[in-house]
Ligand binder design. Structure first.
Ligand code: GAF
Length: 391
């Protein structure tokens, strides 16, 4: 796929799905993008800094109001139509699978005291599933925006990420941070979103790849996910324990300048590595932001590559397919490359000269063939805006 694919096809499919399932016209269509994280991995739940941008791949919800406490949801991806009522959403975890993200949003809105309208919804998406590009946050954000508009609910955009995160944490049961929901809701076209995950303050950072003659190549490793949920939860727990041992509210409060002395206070070498990743990663986000603010996009490459090394050696969340993609991209001339997202599979981002994107993609593909890995996917992207109503 090429850069900047419009949402048109997906939106048309969601509307067509709505007509086919409900023999009616939707009242509107709401589109939410997937996201890539430029830098700042596993820092969000440590109250730290992240710098994601939204991708030109979207999930679209075509929807209208239902005058009953009932939610009917059809998904193009599974071809299934599910339906649930008030009792199902009052009990976290009762609706499972992809429907759990929809029910979770209804649950979280009701928990926050909103009178959520019943709805009929049809979903279509071209955000790759299970690739670490936040297909679940896109689904939550599209449904949330639809329900907020259909019900005329007073829930401003800057408060929506917390609510969507609550759906994922408490209804679906995944202990994720605030980054993905913030990215898919608050990102702006042509910018990366510098988010302070403690205060939720944001700054839109210009990320103009075109002007610099650069591109971001996304390589989908297609590596089978290995124990992602358990490993993610384990990393989170170990960070929380380390913060406790160091006597700080969160690892964000450990100063990068005095890091070695702080690490000496921890007996366990694994915990020391985890802390070092988070603290140095926060600093790399701040350094990347400084360079982008100064328009020095090309110079962020080494920070991206250092972030990858830290995820590989200290946080230990990469897998051979991912490391191979990073090494092959760098050997083929990428300015920097790193895994993006939670880890144990998923995607790699490579910052490349726009003219070299195809060659770098081809080099990764042949490195995979040499190692006997299944062929990866690759495509270039430009940063787009967050969730929006299409009409
Ligand atoms: C996943 C989580 F959902 C995010 O909150 C974040 O922790 C990320 O992994 C790692 O940076 O995408």
């Amino acid at each position: 796929m090429s850069a900047g694919q419009p949402a048109g096809d997906v939106a048309a499919r969601a509307a067509a799905g709505f007509r086919q399932e409900y023999a009616d016209e939707p009242a509107g269509r709401w589109a939410a993008p997937g996201r890539a994280n430029l830098i700042g991995e596993h820092t969000d739940y440590n109250d730290g800094f992240v710098l994601p941008f939204a991708l030109p791949r979207r999930t679209v919800a075509a929807a209208d109001r239902l005058d009953a406490e009932r939610w009917e949801v059809w998904s193009e991806l599974s071809g299934e139509r599910i339906s649930f009522g008030g009792a199902d959403v009052d009990e976290p975890g009762r609706v499972t699978g992809w429907g759990g993200y929809v029910a979770g949003v209804v649950w979280a809105l009701r928990e926050a005291g909103y009178a959520v309208p019943g709805a009929r919804i049809a979903l279509a998406s071209d955000v790759p599933l299970g690739s670490g590009l936040s297909s679940s946050a896109a689904l939550e954000a599209a449904v949330l925006a639809a329900l907020v508009d259909l019900g005329g609910l007073d829930l401003p955009a800057d408060r929506q990420p917390r609510l969507a995160q609550r759906a994922e944490n408490a209804y679906v049961g995944a202990p994720t941070g605030i980054m993905d929901q913030s990215a898919v809701i608050r990102c702006r076209e042509g910018h990366a979103l510098f988010l302070d995950c403690r205060s939720e303050a944001v700054e839109q950072i210009p990320f103009d790849l075109d002007a610099a003659g650069l591109a971001v190549l996304v390589v989908d490793s297609r590596a089978p996910h290995r124990h992602v949920d358990g490993e993610y939860a384990a990393r989170r727990k170990s960070c929380e324990r380390a913060a406790e041992l160091l006597g700080v509210p969160a690892l964000r409060d450990v100063d990068a300048a005095g890091l070695d002395a702080r690490l000496d206070r921890l007996d366990d070498p694994e915990t020391r590595r985890r802390v070092r990743h988070v603290v140095t990663e926060d600093q790399r986000v701040l350094d990347t932001v400084e360079l982008l603010r100064a328009g020095r996009v090309r110079e962020i490459g080494p920070l991206l590559t250092a972030s990858h090394a830290s995820m590989r050696d200290d946080f230990e969340i990469t897998v051979p397919e991912i490391d191979t993609a990073v090494e092959a991209a760098l050997a083929a001339g990428a300015l920097g490359a790193r895994m993006t997202g939670g880890g144990f599979g998923g995607c790699v981002l490579a910052l490349v000269e726009a003219a070299a994107a195809d060659a770098v993609g081809a080099a990764v593909t042949s490195a995979y063939a040499e190692r006997g890995f299944a062929a990866p996917g690759h495509f270039t992207v430009l940063p787009v805006g967050g969730v929006t109503r299409l009409g």
